[in-house]
Design a protein around this ligand. Sequence first.
Ligand code: GLU
Length: 424
Amino acid sequence: MAVHAVSKVAEDLNPFRIAMHQFDTAAEKLKLDAGLREVLRTPRRALSLSLPIKMDSGAVKVFQGFRVQHNNARGPCKGGIRYHPNVSFDEVQALASWMTWKCATVNIPFGGAKGGIICDPHKLSKSELERLTRRYAYEISDFIGPDRDIPAPDVYTDAQVMAWIMDTYSMTRGHSVPGVVTGKPTFLGGSLGRHEATARGCVYVTRCACEVKNIDHKRATAAIQGFGNAGSIAAELLAKIGMTVIAASDSRGGIVNPKGLDIPKLVAHKSKTGSVAGFPGAKAISSNDVLELDCDVLIPAALENQITLTNAHRIKANVIAEAANGPTTPGADAILRDKGVLVIPDILANAGGVTVSYFEWVQDLQELFWDVEEVNRKLEKIMGKAFADVHECAKKFKTDMRTGAYVVAIDRVAKATESRGIWP
Ligand code: GLU
């Protein structure tokens, strides 16, 4: 009995194998040449680093870090840096390849990369975090740069971490190089609107998806898993366009109120207490329960492998917008497709972040900065076009939006690779 129960839900949760499966599904549809397929699925290069850090106590600890550059056929590699205890090399490889397909889906001139350090930043002091960041930045400094590979924030990294990386890199070059990272503080060459961009882009394509599914977004309800940069700002923006956000969660727990949560008050509660848990007037639920609530729109905005074979059949939302990277497994995708759920895949749904990173890089290079209206207008245009491209492609190939997005993206990267040719 127990064996049966386990075998029923057993699925491969290795993020890199999942990423390759997603790639292969679309490459098959495109009838991509076998050699080209191999070129595109393999990361171009990967660094694995040991980072010795003097802790405040005087003890020395060695942390492990990675930077994977997946592809640069369409431009410099681009992608965030994650600080998390569960970071692994395969996770970073997966995230790097997702960046390649993400940048191609929204048609910005970047390839894909990702970095990560295995650490719990909440257990480090600010000066330990700075030393760890600077050591990591130094170790990757020969591989990054505005025309090579441009890091950005990801899970548990922020504008301050980017400022330290920019400073460390600039020290190795002897002059300030703002374009080496994006997601910097605005007073250091960061772009207006970058902080909100992932959520803004996500909400924009959610509206497009609601239109496709004939859902009036003003009468719709939403549940959000994860209340970091993407999740909390998505909640604010959804509430602003008239959607009722009924539930939210973070790593410490979740809350629900079917009548709707007061989002500005919830954001204040989180910044005071460190969690959404314990928000007055709402019922406590688990982070997993948030995924299965009766609502129109579900926004997974936390980590990978949240919607799996185990819970996909219990999902009630009609639209899922993946603000997180990799929240849905291939097994869950198949169940959701059969149920008629419209899943806006991560490489489209959360591409607003890297799109405004692109704007930041452009502004840094030309040393001319735009107002927030211009940033948001350009972001909306790119997200709207990408949603339309992906939706049309999914219809053409009679497939779901994820495979549609991969087909659009792989086709663009394949064309670039073929016309450049294989050197030597
Ligand atoms: N970490 C974000 C992502 O996964 C942003 C990457 C960037 O701006 O380069 O898309």
